[in-house]
Write a protein that binds this ligand. Structure first.
Ligand SMILES: NC(=O)c1ccc[n+]([C@@H]2O[C@H](COP(=O)([O-])OP(=O)(O)OC[C@H]3O[C@@H](n4cnc5c(N)ncnc54)[C@H](O)[C@@H]3O)[C@@H](O)[C@H]2O)c1
Length: 406
């Protein structure tokens, strides 16, 4: 199939499964809230993102987009999107230099509004040219790692425009990070390996919102799950959820499949590789490719070979092999299609409404802002409405009871 045709079909499939975004698009079609505005996006460039870019363009925006990870861009989707009039800067397998050139190309369009995933676009805009900051009204950040970086910028008084913390909305992390990552990480691992999960020892590093989802779905597939953590509260939660908890030093000796999802660096390093069983599989689902120390794998192995698409074998001098999936990059996006469309429907509806909030509140100081409760509730309610699910409402007497103290 022609690339653009295949990309268009993927975008149409996503669109058909994003009812909340479709409702918002219909609601704002007549007012064209983004008319005359340039929107710069850095997100994983696959079908759901493409549909968000389309919606912003249909609502009047002039959209430029770069992929937020060199291995998550789907070239057919990128081709289809550029044929739809969006300025697309990305290709699958971009080198580090190309990746940064693409971000610069988006920055050079002098966006008024920004959507970022991981903080690379915002960071670039702050580091290069003051002129690039002049037109910016504000932006919205998609993920935990991006917010870590934004909060560090805010604390250092380096942030120059307001950013909305989409990741921290309840309608985001309870569903996207937990159920989206939980399902799509196993989709990626299963597609890459074609191996059975039942009966395997799975080690999940990090029991945050993503880690809880990855562990939950591993259990559902029949694995025995061990969690490694640095936070005693999360470690207790993992124990009470029925997982074993141990250090990575211990887990390294018995794990069959390792999934890192901490947002931290050097979670699995040489000293762990040295203890691992022959055939152990290493996957990362955290934002950056620094959770598994790939450079140490490269340096220690006697032989490196690609044994299957997205699987590299690192062979030790004694013949023991460790398998790294998707070069240690986000396995759910590099080896599968990322989160399900119904999940990204909520996350991207929050993105749209967060940009709308910035347009309605143009006097916001440079800082990181929560998504308002009203927006969070709106997205959750629209999703229930699209599913035909009704919930109860408080009676006056109930409201009075809940707000009284006597
Ligand atoms: N793959 C995806 O599609 C996807 C989706 C959403 C978020 N993310 C990314 O996944 C990462 C985690 O996100 P989250 O929302 O779960 O974050 P979170 O803050 O909720 O959880 C991270 C957890 O990791 C633990 N941790 C930190 N350093 C550790 C270490 N060295 N060893 C063991 N545990 C450690 C923390 O205590 C915390 O409990 C981030 O990089 C985020 O951007 C990926």
């Amino acid at each position: 199939m022609d690339a653009a045709v295949s990309g268009k079909k993927k975008i149409q499939w996503a669109q058909a499964h994003m009812p909340v975004l479709n409702r918002l698009k219909a609601q704002y079609a007549s007012t064209q809230p983004f008319a005359g505005l340039r929107v710069g996006i850095c997100l994983h460039l696959e079908a759901k993102t493409a549909y968000l870019a389309r919606v912003l363009s249909d609502l009047g925006g002039e959209v430029a987009i770069a992929g937020s990870n060199p291995l998550s861009t789907q070239d057919d989707v990128a081709e289809a999107l550029s044929q739809m009039g969006i300025s697309v800067h990305s290709h699958y397998g971009a080198t580090s230099k190309e990746y940064h050139d693409y971000l610069e190309a988006v920055a050079e369009t002098r966006p008024h509004l920004i959507i970022d995933d991981g903080g690379d676009l915002v960071s670039l805009l702050h580091r290069r040219s003051d002129a690039w900051l002049d037109d910016i009204i504000g932006g919205a950040e998609e993920t935990t790692t991006g917010l870590c970086r934004l909060r560090a910028m805010e604390a250092a008084e380096a942030l120059r425009f307001p950013m909305v913390a989409v990741n921290d909305a309840l309608s985001k992390y309870l569903f996207d990070n937990r159920y989206g990552t939980g399902q799509s990480v196993w989709d990626g691992i299963v597609r890459a390996t074609n191996l059975v999960i039942a009966g395997k020892e799975v080690v999940v590093a990090g029991y945050g919102w993503c880690g809880k989802g990855v562990a939950l779905r591993a259990k559902g597939l029949g694995a025995r799950v061990t969690v490694t953590e640095i936070d005693p509260i999360m470690a207790n939660e993992a124990l009470m959820d029925g997982c074993r908890v141990s250090t990575m030093d211990e887990a390294a000796t018995f794990g069959d499949i390792f999934v890192t999802v901490t947002g931290c660096r050097d979670v699995i390093t040489r000293r762990h590789f040295d203890r691992m069983k022959d055939g152990a599989i290493l996957a990362n689902a955290g934002h950056f490719d620094i959770e598994v120390a790939v450079d140490q794998l490269e340096a220690s192995a006697a032989k490196v070979s690609e044994v299957r698409k997205d699987i590299k074998a690192y062979e030790w001098p004694n013949g023991r092999r460790l398998y790294l999936l998707a070069e240690g990059r986000l396995v759910n996006l590099a080896s599968a299609d990322g989160h399900p469309a119904e999940i990204m429907d909520m996350s991207f509806s929050l993105q749209l409404l967060a940009l709308g909030h910035l347009l309605e509140n143009r006097d916001l100081k440079p800082a990181v802002y929560r998504v308002t409760d009203a927006i969070d509730q709106q997205v959750a309610s629209l999703r229930l409405e699209s599913l035909g699910v009704n919930i109860d409402a408080l009676t006056e007497a109930q409201q009075e009871y809940l707000s009284s103290w006597e």
